[in-house]
Design a protein. Structure first.
Lengths: 353, 353
């Protein structure tokens, strides 16, 4: 789908639904506003779905896996083959995202968008491979412009497909050894911050490795000269396939009026690409948590999102999104299931206050 | 039970169990420490239970209801009869705590410890009434010393009973119109802060009402002269029956090696009383959330607890505790259900990092 056509399908949420939801919330047996952000989540869900009693019974966290050429620059504490090994771990149900998604009653959809490995017919793996790993961004673009657009479109298709199958909320997650490096590069370009201010320790690297990582990002920016006003240019030159996929998922969610819970640092880099393509996507996003990666905050501020959880997570995979979905769902249940003052015969505020 | 005997039954947690849990966590298929506070919660649960594979299948949030004589001073936005009306709402399943406890798979145990109303044989209400509302603390002690001790003992008995029935985690919640007033008074005395610095808006009062509330608390402190080194004196002079009950629940949980999730402002006032009676109780407490009530932070700092959630909640009832239990449970599931590097055949860190 052309970007112009897509953008025309994405509409801002309508304040009328927020007001209607607020009226109901204010009649429930609690002091007004006393359930804080739970009430905010309920209102946003109602405005997104334009349904006064929405269901979020079918939930899916999409974990997109891709490899990164830049892994050869020693920017990660883990070897590159861990990406495919973790894909098998996801499929076997043993990873963090599997445990937390089970806890949250959420399905995990594992998508191979750019792993440097041929999985053949692996059961339950959604194969949407665009590249067999990206190229090393220190030496040139990670992907061609065409590949970047394809990555974005993959998840757009997925969003449409899962919307058609009546899924009611999406989570966006990632797996890709070395992928905090392209995410930091994207953060630097799209927020305008210094590379040092948005580059963290990823899976846990040493001081020396961190300095190297910063230099790799600076070199990549210098050789590629990404255009900050052209998000597809930024994505193709610095971004990973999974980051492009997340951008597409967010765009597709917004076009289908489905709420999308953005996990942590890498997912937010993808969400930021989607936001720069079409700022109205913000209305459909929830920020799952405040990642320990230092560049995360700047990207969330750029989009204008406040994270739901702050638990020092830095795993990715969609783990924060799975937890946040439970909290968002709690907000919706408050809205739908609590008794009103009238139903419960409870007195409201005294007149002197 | 005498306080001396009780204290002898409460032991600090043993660091050996923390270390053993850490070893397992470090072998799971994730970068070390990358699940942040979820890992902290798992370790604490294992050390509390001294069980390498604990279950928290049976969960109960105790919502203690009591009335406050000080309500007649116009310190709340709601009339006093709302306390009993909300008890009926709890029993009918229509309140915020009912909704969130169902979401979290947690039972709600409603306890009448001091409501100014005779409930007779109301189904599912645990009747442990010590007082029919407390007295107005602006005019003298809320309770006699004997009543304060009884309140604490009620929940001690409840803790023992539910421990015996194999409940594995407790939440502590409250209901009592005007009860932010005694909680702020307790906070001021036990943290040493100024009354203004620990007095908030409760259910949502105006500026004028807030100034009156501050004056009421100052008058109550001035007339009662509570001894900050004697928590039972503080409880009897300033505290509510439900606050005493929460203190007892925390003490009883610690004596039974059961984790207890302390809800928000009022529950933390109770937990602080328990902590001053026996500081080792801290090892058994989880702070559910960061309440919007301004005095909450000072009390949590005094105990040394960091809240799990920060969602601008200020409802009480145990609502934050129910949500936090879901997050704590997520941490335990990570610890128990994730695959190790060996099980999943995933490579560990490369040697150069």
């Amino acid at each position: 789908m052309e970007l112009q056509n897509l953008s025309s399908k994405i509409n801002s949420i309508n304040g009328k639904f927020i007001e209607q939801a607020q009226q109901r919330l204010d009649n429930l047996t609690k002091p007004q506003g006393s359930l804080g952000r739970l009430e905010e989540f309920a209102k946003k869900l109602i405005a997104i779905t334009e349904n006064p009693m929405p269901e979020i019974d079918k939930k899916a966290v999409f974990t997109f896996a891709g490899d990164h050429g830049v892994a050869e620059e020693g920017v990660s504490a883990f070897p590159k083959e861990v990406t495919r090994q973790m894909v098998f771990n996801f499929l076997n149900g043993g990873a963090g995202i599997n445990v937390l998604a089970r806890h949250a009653g959420t399905e995990v959809v594992v998508v191979d968008i750019g792993v440097d490995y041929e999985f053949k017919d692996t059961k339950n793996l959604i194969s949407k491979k665009i590249v067999r790993g990206t190229k090393n961004m220190r030496k040139g673009p990670e992907m061609t412009k065409d590949e970047a657009i394809k990555c974005k479109n993959v998840r757009l298709e997925l969003a449409n497909e899962y919307a058609g199958r009546a899924y009611k909320i999406f989570g966006a997650g990632d797996m890709g050894i070395a992928n905090t490096t392209p995410s930091s590069a994207i953060a630097a370009i799209l927020t305008g911050k210094h590379v040092e201010a948005v580059t963290g320790r990823g899976t846990g690297i040493t001081d020396t490795s961190w300095k190297n990582k910063v230099q790799v990002i600076k070199d990549a920016i210098s050789i590629n000269k990404p255009d900050h006003s052209d998000p597809i240019d930024v994505l193709s030159k610095l971004g990973g396939s999974e980051i492009g996929g997340i951008a597409g998922l967010v765009l597709g969610a917004a076009a289908n009026r489905i709420p999308v819970v953005v996990d942590g640092f890498i997912s937010t880099a993808g969400a930021l690409i989607a936001y720069v393509i079409e700022p109205k996507t913000k209305d459909y996003m929830f920020a799952a948590h405040n990642s320990q990666e230092i560049g995360h905050k700047a990207m969330l501020e750029k989009i204008g999102l406040k994270p739901i959880l702050d638990l020092n997570l830095r795993l990715g995979e969609g783990t924060g999104a799975a937890l946040a979905i439970m909290i968002i769902e709690a907000g919706l249940k408050i809205y739908k299931e609590m008794a009103t003052f009238e139903e419960a015969a409870v007195a409201t505020k005294t007149s002197n206050d």
